[in-house]
Design a protein around this ligand. Structure first.
Ligand code: NDP
Length: 323
């Protein structure tokens, strides 16, 4: 089978497509015929060796994908051959076939295409945990969604609206703001505009927002704190700018603010939180209140271009590879 293979860390130049043996599912695993792979910032950082976990080489990258069940390892039950599922976590997705522990397999609503199913796990679970579990969003509150036209941003807008929140979307171009508006954002502003903090506070009714989903980092983190209302929360999900932020904890005191860290890998180990997320996500996906947004689609050979496309900030929705 064809697979993307890396033997050394680096940028797109270390990605090679190779013929590898068909992987055999071990006990507790299934083999999927991969139909579509979602590309995340985390994949790019993993290949560079700059992610939160150490990259073990050699590696077939790809942590989020959709495919059909093609072979069952010993002891696996509850899945049918030919059934479309999604896989979340680990690696190995950027290949024609991948083996995955059955515990990393997620059911996929039948109304989703393979591309949509591959665009769903990372962004939608992250958005849910950030808004509901960690951000403690309550109906009627206002949330600021950064990088709002991206994979996580488009998921966050839709879930926030399904939760009854007011959404203020931020993004770097008019075209991206249009994407955010089309998904239901109540207000949409250019992230680089002058007086951003005052504009967001005014849109939130004067006092400020209740929640900011922080994905950009850098100097803008100070703005995220400044645009919050009394008892506001910033959920720190990422730092796409790759720039450091600074904060003096005493700055949080005056408005009783909270800064909360969010990492999907850790949340996935919380069985209760996963159950709650599954119930909410399957209901909004099945009733059409939310739909994963598929962006540009690339082939396995074009994975390097896909990485560069994301890093150039040109992408909207989830960038997909079809092996
Ligand atoms: P996106 O599809 O949102 O793409 C990234 C976006 O970040 C860009 O489109 C751009 O939007 C914005 N951005 C701002 N500054 C830069 C920069 N210097 N270089 C590139 N992009 C920049 O990606 P994802 O949905 O995959 O991820 C969004 C963020 O969320 C990332 O930081 C990622 O690491 C994080 N994340 C964290 C998770 C967790 O478990 N904590 C899980 C999933 C994602 P614009 O042009 O509008 O500013």
């Amino acid at each position: 089978m064809r697979a993307l293979f890396i033997e050394q860390l680096g940028g797109p130049e270390v990605l090679q497509v190779r013929e590898l043996p068909l992987p055999l599912p071990r006990a507790g695993e299934v083999r999927l015929k991969v139909e579509a792979v979602g590309i995340n910032f985390a994949d790019i950082l993993t290949v560079r060796g700059e992610y939160l976990t150490r990259t073990r080489l050699p590696l077939v990258p790809g942590m989020e994908y959709a495919g059909t069940v093609e072979a069952l390892g010993e002891g696996v039950s509850g899945l049918q051959l030919g059934q479309r599922v999604a896989a979340l976590g680990g690696s190995g997705g950027l290949a024609e076939y991948a083996t995955v522990p059955v515990t990393s397999v997620l059911p996929v609503p039948p109304n989703l295409s393979a591309r949509e199913a591959a665009a769903f796990p990372v962004s939608f679970y992250t958005a849910y945990f950030s808004l509901a579990t960690l951000g403690q969003a309550r109906e009627g509150e206002t949330v600021v969604v950064q990088a709002a036209a991206g994979a996580l941003g488009t998921a966050s807008i839709q879930l926030a609206k399904a939760m009854g929140l007011q959404v203020i979307a931020l993004a770097s171009s008019e075209e991206k703001l249009q994407v955010a508006r089309s998904l239901g954002a109540d207000h949409a502003f250019l992230s680089g505009q002058k007086d951003l903090v005052a504009t967001v506070k005014a849109a939130a009714g004067g006092n400020g927002a209740n929640l900011v989903l922080e994905v950009v980092g850098g100097a803008g983190f100070q703005d995220s704190l400044a645009m919050l209302a009394f008892r506001g929360r910033v959920v720190v999900i990422g730092a796409a700018s790759q720039e450091a932020s600074s904060m003096r904890p005493v700055e949080l005191m005056k408005k009783n603010l909270s800064v909360i860290g969010m990492w999907l890998t850790s949340m996935m180990g919380d069985a209760n939180a996963m159950r709650e997320a599954n119930a909410f996500l399957s209901s909004v996906l099945e009733n059409g209140q939310a739909r994963p947004q598929v962006g540009q689609v690339f082939t396995l050979e074009q994975t390097g271009e896909a990485f560069e496309f994301i890093m150039s900030r040109a992408s909207t929705g989830k960038v997909i590879i079809e092996p």
